[in-house]
Design a protein around this ligand. Structure first.
Ligand SMILES: Cc1cc2nc3c(=O)[nH]c(=O)nc-3n(C[C@H](O)[C@H](O)[C@H](O)COP(=O)(O)OP(=O)(O)OC[C@H]3O[C@@H](n4cnc5c(N)ncnc54)[C@H](O)[C@@H]3O)c2cc1C
Length: 285
């Protein structure tokens, strides 16, 4: 189907984009890579009066080193995240997670910020940014504010972004030297996650010194598997210890039942995938 008619704006700076968003009010929509928004417009699930294309805003692209954190521009494509040397060195979990998103064509157009702003509970990147304690930097008419990833995702397809606000960049604390793995269960290659687990661990002297585990599609928003993390810290980096910790994966979650899987099956998957993800991250067979 052809989308409903809309005004098209193409700002070249963040300030201009925010101004355009403010002028458009509730009827404005940001266009990033278009990989989720265009189908929504074509199916007429949304009919914004104004579409603000941020593809020309150069300051929104790229990855930079900022001491203890990496700063990733919202318009950095999935493809660029996967290939970035800073991300490979300091945020391997993000590269591994992003490599599982969709297919090469979508990864060349889809963006880091667009995926996070879209907030699909089956999306992959949310689990990784929540696990990494990332912070979302949001620009609006009153200036910039920072929201922890754990508070950015509010509900199904709903974030802390208000009307007139733009996600500009994501600050990701470095996890240099940590092992990382993303374990995704889907029915066919390149499909969305039925459940997925993002795991990062730091192993020291044969024990797990620190652990982060994020879950995708185990509720309306990505969540941390805190009980797993607590069980892992101080435990030996062994298959038995990881299996015991992973048994806590579904605690505190509220997975959906849908045509792909019911909630009980998702709880089962969360345990299995957490065991696999943590074992791979820790280098345990
Ligand atoms: C066939 C298919 C398969 C896919 N498979 C997967 C998958 O397996 N895993 C996965 O995680 N994703 C998957 N995706 C989604 C893909 O990752 C998209 O790139 C992503 O959801 C949206 O990114 P985008 O840059 O294209 O954003 P757009 O489609 O342009 O925008 C998406 C939404 O976010 C808003 N938005 C975008 N950028 C900003 C910003 N900077 N500030 C505020 N709001 C903003 C838009 O207004 C819109 O509401 C798939 C998509 C398709 C079409």
């Amino acid at each position: 189907m052809i989308p409903a008619a809309f005004d098209y704006r193409a700002p070249s700076t963040v300030d201009e984009a925010v101004q355009a968003l403010v002028e458009a009010g509730e009827d404005g929509k940001v266009l990033a890579g278009g990989q989720s928004l265009m189908p929504v417009l074509r199916l007429r699930l949304a009919a914004p009066a104004t579409v603000i294309d941020i593809g020309k805003v150069a300051e929104l692209r790229g990855v930079r080193d900022d001491g203890d954190a990496l700063v990733i521009g919202a318009m950095t494509t999935h493809y660029d995240v996967i290939r970035d040397p800073l991300i490979a060195s300091h945020a391997a979990l993000l590269a591994r997670t992003t490599a599982t998103v969709a297919d090469p064509q979508i990864r060349h157009l889809g963006t880091f910020g667009g995926s996070l702003a879209h907030a699909d509970p089956a999306g992959d990147l949310g689990a990784a940014v929540v696990a990494m304690d990332a912070e979302m930097v949001i620009a609006g008419p009153g200036g910039r504010r920072t929201v922890p990833a754990s508070e950015f995702f509010v509900d199904y397809f709903t974030t802390a972004l208000a009307a007139g606000e733009l996600l500009v960049e994501v600050r990701v604390p470095k996890l240099t030297g940590w092992g990382a793995h993303y374990e995704k269960f889907h029915r066919t290659a390149q499909a969305w996650s039925i459940v997925a687990v993002a795991a990062a661990v730091r192993v020291e002297g044969g024990s797990i010194a620190e652990a982060r585990v994020g879950l995708a599609n185990m509720g309306p928003t990505p969540v941390r598997a805190r009980a797993v993390e607590q069980a892992l810290v101080g435990a030996p980096a062994s298959a038995d210890a990881i299996r015991a910790a992973a048994a806590h994966a579904a605690e505190g979650t509220s997975p959906p039942s849908d045509a792909n899987a019911d909630a009980d099956y998702r709880r089962h998957l969360a345990g299995v995938l957490t065991r696999r993800a943590v074992a791979a991250a820790a280098g345990v067979r």
